[in-house]
Write a protein that binds this ligand. Structure first.
Ligand code: ATP
Length: 266
């Protein structure tokens, strides 16, 4: 598989849902270099999923823009693919059929489809289940099928919206490690939205903390740890503790103009 990463450039991005008085977030700027795995963490409701949906081209921002290697994101594309908490597979199809569904829609030839699908299935280590019906697989295996279905498109960017939160801790940990390893082997970018500090530390090169209402990026922290990462490693635990402290600090975040207005009123 030949996958390369992309430069993600978010410029002055705002989102205000028509039914809401306050914007979800206001004038967010962010750059992620090719091949980076970036985690977006923040409390519920600060706009993480909305930001991810705009990156995926599923939702449109009300202001600003997103560029991937200079291309403005205006809609979905096989270059940027999204994985959700539920795998959303076709239950009547085999693993191979599910993984190949995007290539079938794109009218790829039989031989190329077979090669790409087999590569993707090998990457997620489901060779022994290639002809199994997806209904006969565990939750973790089904999420691996969803991952292979994303990888088969050879995306530059994989967007993950709390993709492993429905899985048990052991399966979740294995998938987190594997997603990072595969992204580093193939070179694509990851943006993962999560509530889980451990997940950010295991998967990401950089964690971005969102907080406030409207939401804002209030901190960024490099997750500068060697691979493979193990949560029992003291270095991993130390960084986790630092990130947790920063995350808790961010909970008290107020936009500067709000804080000043409060001080002036005393
Ligand atoms: N389609 C919509 N219409 C109106 N408001 C919305 C819509 N989608 C999200 N919101 C609101 O925008 C805000 C941000 O939602 P979003 O789902 O992006 O947050 P989040 O940080 O991902 O939360 P969570 O961690 O709980 O998934 C919330 O207040 C939510 O209620």
């Amino acid at each position: 598989m030949a996958i390369r990463g992309t430069e993600i450039r978010i410029e002055g991005l705002s989102q205000r849902y028509p039914t809401r008085k306050v914007p979800t977030f206001n004038r967010v700027d962010l750059v992620s270099p090719p091949g980076e795995a970036m985690a977006i963490i923040g409390r519920s409701g600060c706009g993480k999923s909305t930001l991810l949906h705009i990156l995926a081209g599923i939702t449109k921002g009300t202001e600003g823009r997103v560029l991937l290697n200079g291309t403005v994101v205006n809609g979905p594309s096989p270059r940027w693919v999204m994985m959700f908490q539920a795998p959303h597979l076709y239950p009547w199809m085999t693993v191979t059929q599910n993984v190949g569904v995007g290539l079938t829609f794109a009218r790829w030839g039989k031989k190329e489809t077979e090669e790409r699908v087999n590569d993707a299935i090998r990457l997620v280590e489901l060779q022994d289940f290639a002809q199994a019906n997806v209904q006969d697989l565990s939750g973790g295996q089904q999420q691996r099928v969803a991952l292979a279905r994303s990888l088969v498109m050879e995306p530059e960017l994989l967007l993950l919206d709390e993709p492993f939160s429905a899985l048990d801790a052991f399966t979740r940990a294995a998938l987190q490690k594997d997603v990072r390893a595969i992204s580093k082997r193939l070179g694509f970018n990851i943006v993962i939205v999560t509530h889980d500090i451990d997940e950010a530390v295991i998967v990401a090169d950089r964690a971005v903390i969102m907080a406030g209402s409207p939401g804002d990026i209030v901190h960024e922290m490099d997750v500068d740890l060697p691979d493979p990462r193990d949560r029992t490693d003291p270095q991993v635990q130390q960084l986790r503790a630092r990130l947790m402290a920063t995350f808790q600090e961010a909970a008290n975040y107020k936009k500067p103009e709000v804080a000043l207005a409060g001080a002036g009123g005393r």
